[in-house]
Design a protein around this ligand. Structure first.
Ligand code: EPU
Length: 292
């Protein structure tokens, strides 16, 4: 495709996506576009939508599994300074979609702004965390969202209040829209107390999850009445291998990989785990990871 000069200088051809994901897996994207700001992105999205160009936004790459043949379309990366800004005005903190979640939740806690300490150690971008309502048993990103600026497919930017966002377990009403920034409502608290809670959540995560291995966090959603990790474990799949992918020996809802692994190894292992859990527990596990 010949990009107009308006976008060409921020358009990279044939980009390997693996290094941009926590799994370090997946083939190339035909193009990666780095918009300068929301107006630039808006014009691009409008043009791409009219020309039927497939688009995906890649945030921190912490919850995606990209197929070995990659993505034939344009991957948008919100890595320009405009999308990485944080405005610390009082407890209504505004964060751009491209802000790195892990240092951000730590910095909020360090400043005594409470609400994100339960996300300690969860990687990703603010936009990704917002869209999938990242979190765990102690709380979710959506709990503190006040409003969000989203870009629609027609290029218009709208501000959605939290009532419109429909936060649920690992999901929200953000679907084809692109998050530009979000405004959070945090609680002012004692910084020492917030940081203590942050460290406690972080150390619990370190004790129970394979954080040093390559993974995309939990692979399956928890069924409404059970923990996917416990089901996989009691079905005897902990440590089970396929190719260079393995069901973590530490937490059975993580699939970890070694160098040399392919996305196909992980996909095959996902199928094997689902089949075994269905046979042993009569439960169909639903994948949480976003497979491209
Ligand atoms: N368990 C096992 N074997 C295992 C893993 C867990 O028996 O291999 C048991 C645990 O002993 C515990 C129960 O299962 O009794 C629940 O385990 P855990 O507390 O680790 O929570 P989880 O339901 O497996 C959820 C989230 C995690 C989040 C943790 C902590 C999902 C799918 N997972 O895990 O989120 O970090 O709670 O808040 O909702 C993620 O979404 O990527 C993720 C890692």
């Amino acid at each position: 495709m010949n990009w107009s000069s308006e976008f060409a200088e921020r358009m990279e051809p044939d980009v390997l996506l693996a290094p941009l994901t926590w799994y370090r897996l997946g083939g190339p994207a035909t193009w990666v576009f780095h918009p300068r700001d929301s107006e630039d992105l808006s014009r691009f999205i409008k043009m791409a939508h009219n020309a039927n160009v497939p688009i995906k936004v890649l945030g921190g790459g912490a919850n995606v599994l990209i197929r070995d043949d990659g993505f034939d379309g344009v991957v948008v990366r919100l890595d320009a300074p405009y999308f990485r800004e944080v405005d610390w005005a009082k407890q209504y903190v505004r964060a751009g979609a491209g802000v790195d979640l892990m240092p951000f939740s730590r910095e909020c806690s360090r400043r005594g702004l409470s609400g994100l300490e339960c996300l300690a150690g969860i990687p990703g971008s603010v936009g990704g965390a917002m869209r999938m309502n990242a979190g765990g048993r102690s709380g979710e990103f959506g709990d503190v969202v006040y409003e969000v600026d989203v870009l629609l497919e027609d290029g218009c930017v709208q501000t959605w209040p939290r009532e419109r966002l429909g936060f649920r377990y690992r999901g929200s009403n953000i679907n084809r829209e692109i998050v530009i920034s979000t405004r959070l409502r945090l609680a002012v608290d004692n910084p020492t107390a917030v940081m203590r809670r942050y460290e406690e959540y972080f150390s619990l995560k370190q004790r129970t999850q394979p954080l040093v291995d390559r993974s995309a966090g939990c692979v399956f959603k928890n069924p409404s009445d059970a923990s996917a990790g416990a089901l996989i474990d009691s079905a005897g799949m902990k440590g089970y291998r396929y190719g260079s992918a393995q069901v973590s020996t530490q937490h059975a809802n993580f699939i970890v990989t070694e160098s040399g692994a392919s996305t196909d190894d992980v996909l095959r292992l996902i199928d094997l785990v689902r089949e075994r859990v269905a046979a042993v527990h009569q439960t169909k596990l639903e994948v949480e990871v976003d497979i491209w």
